[in-house]
Write a protein that binds this ligand. Sequence first.
Ligand code: SAH
Length: 397
Amino acid sequence: MREKVPAGGSVRDVVLRARTAPPGIAHGHPWVWREAVAKGLEGARAGEVVQVVAGDGTPVGRGLVDPSSPIAVRLWTRGRSPLDAALWEKRAQSAVALRARLFHSGDTDAYRVVHGEGDRMPGFVVDRYGPVAVVRTDGDAATARVADLVRALAPALGAATIVHRTSAKGETPQLVTLHGDAPPASIVVREHGMPFVVDLARGQKTGAFLDQRENRRRVREMARGRRVLNLFSYAGGFSMSAALGGATHVTSVDVAAAAHATAQASFRAAGLDTSAHAFVTADAFAFLDGARGRRETWDLVVSDPPSFAPNEKAVPRALSAYRKLHAACAAVLAPGGTFCAASCSSHVGAEPFLSTLDDAALGRDDLRLLALHGPGPDHPTLPAFPEGRYLKFAVLS
Ligand code: SAH
């Protein structure tokens, strides 16, 4: 499976239709769309290193090809710079070194080690849960090269276990052990000192939503003495943060009963009394309707739904879903309360998202936008790659 790249690099040319590189790519965007390619994809194998060349013959960069994907090449280098074992190692070491700096205090042992395009290792995501590193690959090219990733990453990371989480659409994800011993089904990690049960085998993404870590900390800091409603609570990260931050009562709402079981295990690991809080298995919209009917209100409302926009075409529908959700949240927010509204839809930009939180959308005119946050710094992005900035976390009060 491993592509041997001769030193000096005699690799296949993929030639662009345009005479010169498109502006995005020239500025560092790593994606070459298949429709932008004139020739060179025929006979290429997914994961092969290719040299992208502009129509006028100027070398653009090297990357891994996926001839069957709309994103034909994900670029790793510029010009004719080689994509070889030394580069894999350099990128892996740089990714690990950044996290070593970010998490040196040791009170967080669950974080993203490799954030794909943002770490200039496009197509690869690696999350660390204590001694276990979980790899996810996006597309056939990255999947074909996962052994190269492990070879480069294992020495730098020093993780006991590296697993590949493969998931075909709609199927139960599989964990394939690539390095070390098979991992346990679930593991207790720490986030800013807060214990957290991660269901490695059945959890979403690689097990948890590490991108919200700093926002969970913010909720913890805002929760003292307040009644908190956490919608789409999943494994209860925001709920536990609120409870540990001194919330008087936390209501967690999720359609998935299994998520509440994990959340309650985390509450217990943190020494919190689950019976002092509510875990409601319900559709969030229906729950909000019911609460409004009962005239129930909360001082702090957190809403972190799954992506509403799987593609560009779905954006108008997603915006109206956000508007409906946010209006329903505003209706149960007590006067003087705080509303944290998140969106993980990469197709919904920051300004369009904020338009679903304005006075007209919320039906009230007493809220100000205090901050608009993104993910933590273990989820870096490239300035020229706006697709990477998918997470928005608006705080209104
Ligand atoms: N806030 C979480 C991540 C949320 S993921 C965290 O910080 O970890 C989205 C969650 O929404 C999933 O657990 C899913 O079960 C739940 N969900 C999806 N649709 C829902 C709906 N209509 N009502 C309630 N929960 C829903």
